[in-house]
Design a protein. Structure first.
Length: 1210
């Protein structure tokens, strides 16, 4: 290079000194040497080091301290970023002229742009048709909300564009200020770009410059001139780890170097001249000319030229331009790759790194046809590429890889957690999943301790997420579940004095109130639906408050509807009383606060007014625990964020009028950004994002999420950025940055490099491509090993199974597949190895004590839902949390009411039978308990639902009128019967007590007695057939009838008749007919026959009670629907041969348990008791459990099916 005139130097050490090394730590020695040689005359003055990145600054500080020794101290070093150093320099040498620099920072500049866009008429030249259309009111979508957001978003995007130009295109800005509106696009020949410059960017910039004054580009240029003209020596400045500088900053450093030492310590991946760079000035000039032509030809696409090493050509453009710019100028000394002497590569990672470092792609070659070489490659863990199905699987695979690296082996030293880094292009996608695999961050006692960096502010404390949720309330429907979720937030509970018991009670009251969504009818109307109050919180609160007021009234008063002064009628909600009733007031206050938040949705105010309003709302809605330090810090950050709404525009003397939607976006932007002061190296494994110029060396480097389309990252400028099309040598763009970042990452790994991507679609198994840089690395490895791209023999590429417990991780078939999870080791994938024990032990256990007396309700609960009863009774296990919360998201809209509400049955028993006799039951309107409680949908759907319910009730009534005793005009009388019956058997004595209801007295010419009336709501096809009633319905009916019969059968003669009456479709249902014949025989029997009949019945009841007791210490495979299907299947397909009939029976049973095509069956009943109890049993042909279920079903059917009375021995 041309030497500088010696007389021009005011300091013998002045000049630009360049140190290069491919290993960053190799640059520490020359840095320490020059620091020792350039102590300032005033020992109190710090030495200045400019670091490439904040993370680099932390690493450098620690690295310099460690070089002094274990107890050494590195002090009086001012390690700053380049922007900070330039700002200080401008303040020192330009004085007041530097004050305007903050105004041009993007977060402040956008408010000046925002103001200009709000007053376009004052800038006549600002006439871009796209701009005018974008900011115009539109009848279809041009609401004030959308217009306000469009204006702010456009201002922010333009501020980003201008911020780039301040650094990379100051000549354009100066030209525009001077009236040259075609300085950028004159030679482009592109009419669209020319129009953008002339009609938008140039006139708008003139307006901004006139308002804001001198800008950074002017300041840097003037600062360079001042430094050149100043003869005073300048203190040395050191730049460490920098791999890119904008041309204006490089020019400033060259000007500084005329009066002081500028030492640049640059990581250079290659020790040779590469990418067109050489020591010949002529060749450099030619390279720059050729490169400019290639850039122009590529437009906004990628380009590269194969030069020396294909990976350097594809990844290294940013560094190539930087080192070319350094070479094309005065460099006093250029020390190339000190400490990077050639070494023999020992593994795959070293081969790749050395091939780049020495510009020898041939070093990648490996002979996989040699068995020993192939074995070494398979065992080589230094560089592996992992294809996984999901991000969670990426983390699970990573965990095993990290544990393997930490495990000591005879031939290697384990890697400590602090020597590992895990990066991802989008680390936010992994942050929620990392604790599930690695545990909580910051736990030094963990097997794999780690911390998170580059995490958004909102991830640091739940308070931030709460605030964002409150900001979303104006656009939310305000459903019952959302309100309960808000009440569960600790800071809201603190503010409104609600505890966990209050929350549970409110949850239950809101469920029973049947509130769905909306604060009131007006809030519903904002979503384009009728403004009705039913199912809103206003309606529900009226019911809750009325229920609380009437809690001390009589039962009749509590069930009666209430008419308010405004004419509205409502049904009080029963049960709102006790200490927790105060929570209703807290709920009402919270709803008022929600209303206040929702009221902000269409408001426009100044930034100052918004800061005050949001501060008021925050303090009214949230209260933190003063003893919680983390919450206190988060609260302070939150308050500062709110008040920061004023600070940003104040820098440019603005207090803009802003719509709430803009304020919400601003706060979300701040909370979802990574804080500038976030620490990077805190001990343990570091999880962080992929950030340019932060390629710090670690022994193990892992990169996740290298997926096609996600890396290199892409940006969109909406056609506003001229730089994207009119590029120059030395420009930065996101895609080139990411490619060079991948190169730096590869070179920063010292022992292991773990790369992973989503290589297979989890739904359909289709192969997915890796990111382009990773694909290029794989292609080079494949090419130099002479293997096909889809070959399974590639040692560096691993496709992982979908499940972490796959057998391949444990069978040793592939040394690259392994697991450190002992639980998975017992599963061995496809059923091999030791199977996990079933949740329910099928071995018999000690018998539980028999209750005395035995509640009938417990016995009925078992036979109706055995799995639920046994899990709750024996294990105290409830799955209520897995069931539907009962809080509704929507008001009922279907004219078919939910069966769980039993509306038809209640109308039949409580309303229709009470109004007997009538031919047709046709009340004009529904009773209050149905009409006013939200059971009926609103509007015409409710009218149709009421008609259908009346028709269903009349269907039952018509069936009832065919029954003797109900075919008269005498009103049937319903009652309940208490039972207390002793049951004797050979095994033990039982005493059963309980209540049976409803029981109807029947008096007609032929019969006097009682009937157990049971009604099953009809479907579209009418009443059910008796054969469709499973054991769930049959066993309770039999037990209740039998216990009543045993209680009355030994009374004085004459005995009353007692028969079950099940309203079904059949004319003479056989199961019920057997009850009638049996009871008729009992009424006619003599003493001996009566004793025999009752004795047989008592034995049947005893068997049912014995099975109930036995099921609690020995598994009986009984599920009401599936077991009944086993009984029904015996009579199906009589024409089939025995083998076909057996297969048909087995298929019917298995399908009743689980239908794989529809995903239905008794196994799938919510919330999951049956599946938990039975495990993965299918009750398929050949399973022992099927035979057990079939056998018990037959025993149960024979027990509850009464025989011919004449067959009972006397």
């Amino acid at each position: 290079m041309a030497a500088r005139d010696q007389d021009d130097r005011s300091d013998p050490l002045a000049g630009l000194v360049l140190y290069r090394a491919s290993r960053l730590e190799a640059l520490l020695d020359p840095l320490q040497t020059l620091l020792d040689a350039t102590w300032p005359d005033n020992v109190l003055l710090p030495q200045t080091i400019i670091a490439a990145h904040a993370g680099m600054r932390q690493w450098l500080n620690a690295a310099l301290a460690q070089r002094v020794g274990a107890h050494g101290i590195s002090a009086n070093l001012d390690i700053v970023l380049s922007s900070t150093w330039i700002d200080r320099l401008a303040q020192t040498h330009l004085g007041r002229k530097a004050v305007s620099l903050p105004r041009y920072q993007r977060q402040h500049l956008r408010w000046a742009v925002h103001a200009a866009l709000g007053d376009i008429a004052q800038v006549p030249e600002l006439c871009d048709p796209r701009l005018l259309a974008y900011l115009a009111e539109r009848s279809d979508a041009g609401t004030s909300t959308n217009l306000a957001r469009r204006r702010f978003q456009l201002a922010d995007r333009l501020a980003r564009v201008y911020s780039q130009y301040l650094v990379y295109r100051p000549d354009w800005l100066r030209g525009w200020q001077q009236g040259n509106d075609a300085i950028a696009t004159r030679a482009s020949g592109d009419a669209t770009l020319t129009a953008t410059e002339r009609q938008l960017l140039a006139p708008l910039w003139r307006r901004l410059a006139a308002v804001l004054g001198p800008h950074r580009g002017d300041a840097v240029s003037e600062l360079s001139n001042v430094l050149v003209s100043d003869s005073r020596p300048l203190p040395a400045v050191h730049l460490f780890g920098i791999s890119h500088l904008p041309p204006s900053e490089l020019a400033l450093l060259r000007a500084y170097a005329r009066r002081g030492l500028v030492a640049l310590y640059a990581p250079d991946p290659c020790r040779e001249y590469w990418g067109g760079i050489s020591d010949s000035r002529a060749q450099l000039r030619q390279y720059q000319t050729d490169e400019a032509q290639r850039i122009e030809a590529a437009g906004d696409g990628d380009h590269w030229v194969e030069q020396g090493h294909p990976l350097l050509a594809r990844w290294g453009r940013i560094g190539q331009h930087f080192f070319c710019a350094l070479a094309d100028g005065e460099v006093r000394e250029d020390v190339r790759h000190r400490g990077d002497e050639p070494a023999r590569p020992d593994n795959r990672l070293q081969r790749v790194q050395h091939s780049i470092r020495q510009l020898q792609p041939g070093l990648l070659a490996v002979n996989l046809t040699d068995a020993s070489a192939a074995a070494r490659e398979m065992a080589d863990a230094s560089l592996r590429i992992h294809a996984c199905h999901t991000r969670l699987r990426e983390l699970e695979v990573l965990r095993d890889a990290l544990l393997d690296a930490m495990t000591p082996y005879p031939d290697r030293v384990p890697i400590a957690a602090a020597e590992m880094v895990v990066m991802a292009p989008d680390i936010s996608a992994y942050v929620p999943l990392i604790p599930a695999v690695f545990g909580p961050p910051g736990d030094s006692r963990a097997l794999l301790p780690y911390h998170l960096a580059d995490v958004a502010v909102a991830r640091n404390h739940a308070l931030f997420t709460t605030f964002l949720r409150l900001l979303e309330l104006p656009g939310a429907r305000i459903s019952a579940a959302e309100v309960i979720d808000l009440l569960a937030i600790p800071e809201i509970q603190q503010r409104f004095a609600i505890d966990a018991d209050d929350l549970d009670r409110l949850h239950e009251w809101l469920r029973r109130s049947r509130v769905a969504w909306g604060l009131d009818g007006a809030s519903r109307a904002r979503f384009g639906v009728p403004a009705i109050n039913e199912h809103t919180f206003a309606w529900a609160m009226d019911r809750l408050i009325a229920g609380h007021v009437m809690a001390d009234g009589s039962h009749a008063d509590r069930d009666r509807s209430v008419r308010l002064a405004d004419g509205c009628e409502l049904a009080p909600l029963n049960g709102v009383h006790g200490p927790s009733a105060e929570a209703v007031g807290a709920l009402d206050r919270l709803l008022q606060e929600i209303q206040a938040w929702c009221g902000l949705g269409n408001a426009s105010r100044s930034a100052t007014q918004w800061a005050h309003e949001l501060d008021t709302r925050l303090h009214a809605t949230l209260r933190i625990d003063a003893s919680d330090n983390a919450a206190r810090d988060a609260w302070q950050t939150l308050v500062a964020t709110v008040h920061g709404l004023v600070g940003e525009p104040q820098i440019v003397d603005e207090d803009p009028e802003l719509h709430f939607s803009v304020i919400r976006d601003l706060i979300a932007e701040r909370l979802q950004a990574v804080p500038e002061q976030q620490r990077f190296l805190l001990g343990g494994i570091t999880f962080c994002g992929m950030v340019p110029q932060r390629a710090i060396p670690f022994k193990l480097v892992a990169v996740l999420g290298l997926n096609d389309g996600e890396f290199p990252r892409a940006t969109s400028d909406g056609g506003l950025d001229l730089m994207a099309r009119l590029r120059r040598v030395g420009d930065r763009d996101v895609r080139s940055d990411d490619r060079y970042l991948f190169l730096e990452t590869l070179m920063s790994a010292r022992e292991r490099l773990h790369l992973s991507y989503l290589g297979e679609d989890v739904k359909d198994g289709k192969t997915r491509n890796p990111a382009a840089p990773l694909a290029e690395l794989i292609a080079e490895l494949d090419r130099h090993a002479s293997v096909a791209a889809d070959s399974a023999a590639r040692p560096w590429s691993i496709r992982h199974p979908l499940q972490p417990f796959d057998a391949r991780y444990f069978d040793g078939s592939d040394a690259r597949l392994f697991s450190y999870n002992p639980g998975f080791a017992q599963m061995h994938g496809e059923g091999q190895g030791v199977a996990l024990a079933p949740f329910v032990d099928t071995c018999a256990s000690a018998a539980t004590p028999l209750p005395d007396p035995l509640p009938l309700a417990d016995v009925l609960a078992y036979y109706r839902d055995p799995a639920r009863f046994l899990l709750a009774r024996q294990l105290s296990l409830r799955l209520d949390a897995l069931a539907d919360s009962g809080l509704r998201e929507e008001e009922p809209l279907s004219n078919a009411l939910e069966r769980v509400d039993n509306v038809t049955r209640r109308l039949f028993f409580d309303e229709a039978l009470a109004q007997w006799p009538h031919r047709d039951w046709r009340p004009e309107r529904a009773p209050a308990w149905l009409r006013l409680t939200g059971l009926l949908p609103p509007g015409r759907a409710g009218e149709r639902a009421w008609e259908q319910e009346r028709e269903a009730v009349n269907t039952l009534l018509r069936a009832l009128r065919q029954v003797p005793g109900f075919d008269t005009d005498a009103a049937p009388t319903a009652a309940h019967q208490d039972i207390d019956v002793h049951i004797a058997s050979a095994q033990r004595h039982y005493r059963v007590f309980g209540r049976v209801a409803p029981v109807f007295a029947v008096n007609d010419a032929s019969t006097r007695g009682m009937q157990l009336l049971r009604a099953y709501p009809p479907s579209d096809k009418g009443l059910m057939h008796e054969a469709d009633l499973s054991f769930r319905e049959r066993v309770p009916v039999f037990l209740e009838w039998a216990l009543l019969r045993l209680g009355t059968g030994r009374a004085a003669l004459p005995l009353p008749a007692l028969r079950p009456l099940l309203l079904v479709k059949d004319d003479d249902p056989p199961w019920q007919r057997a009850f009638r014949h049996w009871d008729d025989a009992l009424l006619r029997a003599d003493d001996g026959q009566r004793a025999a009949l009752l004795g047989d019945l008592e034995a049947r009841v005893a068997r049912l009670l014995h099975w109930w007791h036995e099921a609690q210490h020995r598994v009986l495979w009984y599920f009401p629907k599936t077991s009944w299907e086993a009984v029904r299947a015996r009579s199906d397909a009589p024409a089939l041969d025995p083998a076909q009939a057996a297969r048909a029976r087995d298929g019917a049973i298995a399908k009743a348990w689980f239908d794989p095509w529809r995903g239905t069956g008794e196994r799938e009943y919510s919330p999951g008791y049956n599946r938990l109890f039975a495990g993965e049993r299918r009750f398929a042909a050949g399973e022992a459990e099927l035979e057990s279920l079939r056998h018990f079903a037959g025993e149960l059917d024979r027990c509850i099916t009464l025989p011919d009375p004449h067959a009972v021995p006397a």
